[in-house]
Write a protein that binds this ligand. Structure first.
Ligand code: ZN
Length: 324
């Protein structure tokens, strides 16, 4: 008898049941985090022009939003705030009655089970739009920014945030936040650090959504160069040494290789942020009839999970969950 000359890979693709049986990567709502923009200046939900299907929320619409997330079984949100006023130091970030601090209370009131991740950064609150304090020469002053970032983290924990997620990319901020949280009685509050955050063109729509574009210059002095994968590992290991409980790679799709390297190198949960530009790009093609919405979103989120993300932060969270 003659032996087969080649392997028949197609044997395992013959039916939906067989394909499902051997599927390696599962996508479930339990791993999704939905980013929310809360705007203290508006009295109704407002569509974000560059992110079709996404809104900026007013305080009054948070209850309905929290209830919808519960219905859809999306377990977590990542909160961003648009304050009523901004200043040089970004003091709105740690105000007791700040926009995010108020929003957490409303979300928790409507849906106590909802996990609220508080984004820690100053750029939505500074008049110049940079992520930290400016020094005299117009540079972001790393060390002078740390106490303000730590104070913001404590304020968000006091407000009820379950997870603290620093996105500012200052050196030493995870250590500063851990120390501040511990001494304020929040030793049990985990830190999800935006460890490998690249200076990306794909943040464009977010800056419209969160009104956080820098008034001058850019963020390449503190966010990472898109060309550097090894340096991303260095950032991740530093944040873990400083006490991060989970680490993030941001953006997701152009950095799936980095995500995989991080996944292989560390044992903590790894998150990936499927950012605004990735969302807008896909949705623009869907609106033009160039891509099938359901399949494109499925494939996108699956690829991020396959690359190693435990947690996927995505604007598609509700869309995806609504179809399950
Ligand atoms: Zn920032």
């Amino acid at each position: 008898m003659e032996l087969p000359q080649f392997k028949r890979h197609r044997r395992l693709r013959g039916s939906a049941a067989l394909r499902s049986l051997v599927r390696e990567t599962e996508l479930t709502a339990q791993h999704l985090v939905y980013p929310l923009f809360v705007d203290a200046n508006i009295s109704d939900r407002q569509p974000i022009g560059s992110m079709p299907g996404q809104d900026r929320l007013n305080m009054g619409s948070l209850r309905a939003e929290a209830e919808e997330l519960a219905r859809l079984k999306v377990p977590a949100v990542l909160l961003f705030g648009l304050p009523t006023s901004k200043d040089e130091n970004g003091s709105g970030a740690w105000a007791r009655d700040g926009v995010v601090q108020q929003a957490v209370a409303r979300l928790k009131d409507a849906n106590p089970e909802l996990l609220v991740v508080g984004d820690v950064c100053l750029c939505e609150y500074t008049s110049h739009g940079h992520c930290g304090l400016l020094s005299g020469d117009g540079h972001v002053d790393n060390d002078a920014s740390l106490p303000l970032i730590a104070e913001t983290a404590v304020s968000l924990a006091e407000g009820g945030c379950d997870i603290i997620a620093p996105s500012d990319m200052m050196d030493g901020r995870v250590a500063a936040i851990r120390l501040a949280l511990d001494s304020a009685g929040f030793a049990q509050t985990p830190i999800l650090s935006y460890a490998a955050k690249f200076a990306s063109a794909f943040y464009g729509p977010f800056r419209e959504a969160a009104d956080s574009a820098p008034a001058f210059g850019d963020r390449r002095g503190y966010q990472m160069d898109p060309a550097n994968g090894r340096m991303a590992m260095d950032e991740v290991l530093t944040d873990l040494a400083e006490g991060a409980d989970m680490v993030m790679v941001k953006p997701a799709l152009p950095y799936l290789d980095v995500l995989r390297q991080v996944r292989d190198a560390v044992n903590v949960p790894v998150a990936a942020y499927n950012v605004s530009g990735e969302y807008s790009m896909l949705m623009a093609a869907v609106q033009n009839g160039w891509l099938d919405e359901v399949r494109a979103i499925d494939e996108t989120l699956t690829s991020i999970r396959r690359a190693g993300a435990d947690i996927v932060i995505t604007y598609h969270a509700k869309q995806w969950a609504a179809r399950q």
